[in-house]
Ligand binder design. Structure first.
Ligand SMILES: [Zn+2]
Length: 113
């Protein structure tokens, strides 16, 4: 059995997040928020291994700041990474843990009645 295992990365543009002073422009500018994350996968089932939020000036694309995930997600009202990207691999593993013993029990009952 061939298991297709790999890893990848993605970026989510979360749009304008705040207005604050830009260190590069030396003016008050709107700042955009992006989320970079990395994931591992088996087939299409993924799990997030790393994530980082960045805030940068929407005008000059400079003045980049990294932000704490908990602070950003409390303002956003949750984690913007899609559900299946966060929990797909865990659901696959749990499904195997439940499914394989269940099939073994059914197989045993069917052939050894
Ligand atoms: Zn700027």
């Amino acid at each position: 059995m061939v298991i297709i295992y790999g890893s990848g990365a993605n970026r989510i543009d979360l749009g304008r997040f705040s207005t604050q002073n830009c260190d590069d422009c030396q003016k008050t500018r709107p700042h955009k928020l992006i989320l970079d994350y990395k994931f591992d996968h088996i087939y299409w089932c993924k799990t997030v291994t790393e994530k980082q939020y960045y805030l940068f000036c929407a005008f000059c694309h400079g003045s980049v700041h990294s932000l704490e995930a908990m602070q950003v997600e409390s303002k956003l009202g949750g984690n913007p990474i899609p559900f299946w990207t966060r929990y797909g691999l865990i659901i696959l593993i749990v499904s195997f843990v439940i499914l394989v013993p269940s099939l073994m029990i059914l197989h045993h009952r069917y052939f050894f009645q």
